[in-house]
Design a protein around this ligand. Sequence first.
Ligand SMILES: Nc1ncnc2c1ncn2[C@@H]1O[C@H](COP(=O)(O)OP(=O)(O)OP(=O)(O)O)[C@@H](O)[C@H]1O
Ligand SMILES: [Mg+2]
Length: 304
Amino acid sequence: MYPVVRIQSSRAQALEDLGTKAKFWYLEGDTRMLFKAEERGTGEDWAEKIACELAALLGLPHVHYEMAHDVDQDRPGVVCASLVPPPLALAHGNQLLLALDPDYPGAQGPHYRSRAHTIDAVFDVVRRLRMPTAGWCVNLPDGIDDAAGVFAGYLLLDAWVANQDRHHENWGAVWDGQHLLLAPSFDHGAALARNLSDAERAERLASRDHHRQVAHFVRRARSALYADAVAPSPLSTLEAWRAWAQRVPKAARAWQERLDGVESEAVADILEQIQPERMSAICRQFTAELLAQNRRRILQPEEP
Ligand SMILES: Nc1ncnc2c1ncn2[C@@H]1O[C@H](COP(=O)(O)OP(=O)(O)OP(=O)(O)O)[C@@H](O)[C@H]1O
Ligand SMILES: [Mg+2]
């Protein structure tokens, strides 16, 4: 089982206002740590942990999350270290997009999911960033030599885990006082269809109606990226990955080879290590199937 970090909310030093979930910062030694609460029972804690471990299998620069429990308020969650220890600072995607395009609707609120968050606009920002520092890139595939190539891996992860939340505050750049470097990937809690009921999972796993089966269900995952600023709906997570992959074909192949090399036993081992009280057996089974179906789709580019 993955360890569960026990944390007291009375140690909170500051609340984090960004994002939709309750969270607070505290100090562990000299390290600034963030506790993200899972108060709604929708599985964001296990989804975050599994996505993080899968990102590690791929060799992606990513924030490392541990399962956690706030003992003061008796609520589950996850913890992670700040990716920007002082003097570093985080610039979110919307700030970077706004710097390039003064008309970009950069504020939160109604523009939180912006149609201006297109593949072209994001690519134009990311290609100007440096790679994450070497400490984040210890296991990158050969052939990934720029930020756009690294970001391809983020979108492959999103397509694999069905992360529907890569909006303009869920990626960014680290400012080191001189340069902007692509930030490691973070916030993957809205993934893995974590808020389905177990009844629906069981029904879809057993269904003989192919419209109800997992292979069909996985096509519904939407990214927060758009094909263009007038598109009525966002791209699917698979379409977003493919659109980016077309722009960086060498890097895309390197990430696909990584995914191809992931053993299903390694994925099963990750799922097994989540506490059974947080993830039921049927949920584990459904999640394994979702990951297998998405992996197949990413590796067979012709399928819808
Ligand atoms: N490891 C980290 N280091 C530095 N800042 C972080 C870290 N994790 C989160 N943050 C900051 O906190 C914000 C909210 O965190 P996060 O995106 O994980 O939460 P969330 O509530 O799940 O967000 P969302 O509403 O996008 O689902 C981030 O946009 C970022 O500014
Ligand atoms: Mg977020």
